[in-house]
Write a protein that binds this ligand. Sequence first.
Ligand code: CA
Length: 386
Amino acid sequence: MTKNKNYSPAIILVLLAALVSVSWLYVIEKDSSAKERNNTENVSAVGSEGNSNSEQHFAWKMVTSWPKNFPGLGTAPEHFAQAVEAMSDGRLTIRVYGAGEIVPAMEVFSAVSQGTAEMGHSGAYYWKGKIPSSPFFTAVPFGLTAIEQNGWLYYGGGLELWREVYEPFNLIPLAGGNTGVQMAGWFNKEINSLEDLKGLKMRIPGLGGEVFSRAGGTAVTMPGGELYTSLQTGLIDATEWVAPYNDMALGLHEVAKYYYYPGWHEPGPSLELVINKDAFATLPKDLQTIVEIAARYANQDMLDEYTARNSSSLIDLEKNYDTKIMKLPDDVIRELKSISEEYLEELAGQDELTAKVYKSWKAYADSVRDYHHISEQAYINARDLE
Ligand code: CA
């Protein structure tokens, strides 16, 4: 074989490769400029009727109530956005913003309602001043565990009710994660009786906060990002946040000595993904379905992550720090439970819609409790037998 014949195929391959690269770059550039064009079109098109052009690209903003990329709470919306982008082949991109980047943590609901952002990630119980029934969609003291809560939302009529409640605010809610059972919180003194809660100023939101106030404390709501300093400077005496994984990320173990369990006030809180209804209407049907399926994925994924990471963080806390991990005395639990039940009945009487939500929730809670008595609870008891 001659030299020429030896090199010819190689040269052809190089030339071919170069040609492919150039064409590919051209395709990418064409695609991204088309994306940019479409993004601009669609941002301004929010509020109008969408079309079903499958080539259309959408660029959304999502505001959240968490520090950017905060473990679990902040990474779940990022995982959701990544799933949507992958499943839609880049036709719907969602940029996630941390608390304070576009709006403060506690303005997520109104920002999405007004269309400042197309989506938000937060907790429904933060809006209880506006919507008395909203805490049922997050957590109720002595209420549902994560498994039970998901059962109610997806198969017990909870999600339909949630949609009905948010409808007047131009919002579509979806479950967007669950932390599992939380901890009762961080204190700088021992809690031996209900008397010890009296006069304490504690960060504890939702219905749990109301119960805490009725037990003689003062409940306040503030974003996670402010807890460390507030506890350190004595602005608050105690706080709950989530559980070991998140609480250690905030450094709460450095500013409080006693870490109490169980989280009677938040046994299986759901987070929420809210969507501006007009923005959702502009999406073609397949992208709407992708958003719903990705939310379902994010909802379960967060619970799985918390289950694994809370366990490993607890080992770290026990091994490497002086934190006293304590169980709330049964008498304190009994009294808080009695206050909770009384308060829920009272809350249900506030308006027709809250009564409707409470009725659905209560019927489900009673039945699943009977079932879990002989399943989850019975199994965990059996496993612990010595
Ligand atoms: Ca909490």
